[in-house]
Design a protein around this ligand. Sequence first.
Ligand code: SAH
Length: 299
Amino acid sequence: MSDKSDKRSTFPLPLSSVTGDKRAGAAFSPVKVATPQTATRNAAGSGVQGSQGGAQNYVPRVSVAPSRAPLDAYQRAQPLPLSAPRPDTGVSDAIRRAMVGRVAKQGVQDGVVLKAMESVQRHRFIEPALSAQAYVDASLPIGHNQTISRPYIVARMLEVLRNGKPLTRVLEIGTGCGYQAAVLSHIAKDVFSVERIRQLHELAKTNLRHLRIVNLRLHYGDGMLGLPQAAPFDGIILAAAGLEVPQALLEQLSVGGRLVAPVGAQVQHLQLITRTGKAEWMSETLEGCHFVPLRPGTV
Ligand code: SAH
């Protein structure tokens, strides 16, 4: 545990408390940083990132990198308009299992999270022109200068949020295309997700409609204010980085609840905040990351 891990803090935290390169222990290995700015480059053909570490309790059914043949077949798949449900292919199942295998090799060990990632078809959330890159470990553009996060960071944050225990009520800030919300719906009893850009909120609705996920509710609004009408939450996850975690979100955590958020500007780290009492929160700074900015208001 780092020296930050048992420090009790009053919130909002000062910026100085979230910068620097402290990590919460050996489990948090340094990772390569994918920036929103590189998303377009990623989409244009990045390779899979190197794998480090090892997962002990997850054995993907396909643990090898996708072979040339199915990937080529997948790339040849006819693009369909976003509004139409895209057909399932056995090929995408195999490629997705390989993606999850790589996420596990990078150190994500929570079998529940890995299984959820295996269940959600990431290519259905990405515009058809980019769907061949859907299972590469890269962030990808989703329009409006926003990105879908890379699979590793989605899995890592969900693992930190879960902490090996079932989640009851989770709030996601930044629905984007709806991918992470769909994964969350597999690991939490009830999921609420807020998006501030109306067109992305609508896109997520379109992407998610055919999945008929009964335990997921999408809201259009400013997630910096949280979702007081549905609070308290035992898990809150932010998909966009602020200079600090908004006070409203801290107040909407239940005692014992956990919040995971990217924090910072140019230099960002994942921050885990646990509510330890009515007026007490504990903060840990985890690995480096790069997210789009958290912004106030709605557009
Ligand atoms: N989880 C998403 C990632 C989207 S990127 C996915 O799987 O696609 C981050 C998203 O956070 C963007 O869509 C951005 O518009 C949104 N965002 C930024 N600030 C916000 C705020 N205050 N409230 C709600 N959403 C916000």
